[in-house]
Ligand binder design. Sequence first.
Ligand SMILES: Cc1ncc(COP(=O)(O)O)c(C=O)c1O
Length: 424
Amino acid sequence: MAERLAIEGGAPAITDPIPAQGGGPGANVIDEQEIAAVTEMLRKRQLFRFNPESKVRTFERNACARIGVRHALMVNSGTSALICGLIGLGIGPGDEVIVPGYTYIATAAAVVAAGAVPVIAEIDDSLGMSPEDCEAKITPRTKAIIPVHMQGVPARLEALLDVARRHHLKVLEDCAQCLGGEYKGRMTGSWGDAGAWSLNYFKILTCGEGGLIFSDDYVVYERACFASDPAMPMWMRETIATEGWETKPFSAQCYRPSELLGAMACVQLGKLDAILAHTRALKRAFLCALEEPKGYRLQHVDDPAGDCGISGTILIQDPAMAQRYGEALSAEGLHCGTAHNDGFPDRHIYRYWDSILDKNAHHPSASVWSHAAYEGEIVYSREMCPRTMDILNRAIRFGFNMAMTEEHAKQMAKAINKVDAALG
Ligand SMILES: Cc1ncc(COP(=O)(O)O)c(C=O)c1O
């Protein structure tokens, strides 16, 4: 007989409260090393990235070695990295770029910033872009796709790359939430034509705010550099001359990072392996402690070995039952709800991307949707991705953080086993 649920007056499954943490894993391992690195730059009064001992440059080189790519440019956010990546890939007015309906609004906003039109595709049970729907959304104007590796879990990259190859599309991997994740033995971000990291406060590594755009293609790098700073022809004049850059400088915004960010990012990168060892051990302990499910399925993970281990998601058969699981689990001490709590405008869900869905631009003549070069007509609606909403309404997500122990992870699984035995 199933144990009495805490929501019905039984004893909660979780006896040692699961610790919560503000900020992502990187923020929660900040110690004297980051403080010393940033303080050193302040003492030296050396804050500008273009200097002979540049910490930003050191971070770019170290990140290249870690990712296994040739070129990387640090910028001041993940959004900037995506914008520079798209411009680097030659995306602009008249083009369409396919993004998944479940990603931070910045993915779609970056497409608009590059002058192109975002096309929203359904996700599937991987919570990443559905390769089938991505292919269905291709038009003669499609130039690129942005697979997003959400919550540390690699998307269905092999199938998405296959779609892109068959239709001659560029691939920009959004690894903002999957920094350090791997796919079939190679780092996420190194499969596509370019990859992007975010180093904001909530990410696997952080320097407060920051980003990285990387690629094996030198021309993508050249173009990304020009896209990141209108004065780049001046700052990088020696490199441009020595390497014989083929790109003509073009006007741009400024996304240049300071040496404070570079110094902190260098230290954080050195902690990546330890962070991932911890989060992956938590997720392994969690998965091993789960019993055979009755009323749910685990999120599909295309390559479990490459998963960063920062999240776990279960998919319940219908939204009403998902609500009941969420409430019962919370009473057991595992605070959670469905990924889509109606009324809470989560900017990771396309239906809350108001500025995109309403096609708002900062100036009427700056609209990418009515640009003279754009020959399509995209119709957005809050109901346009029913499969995405169905999945998110049935998905219950748990995070693994740096304060948790494997015992906490096992207790989380115990709570799920108990609720599933009663409700499944
Ligand atoms: C999937 C995804 N893409 C892009 C970004 C943008 O990164 P940033 O906040 O550093 O600009 C984020 C950040 O939250 C993200 O989660």
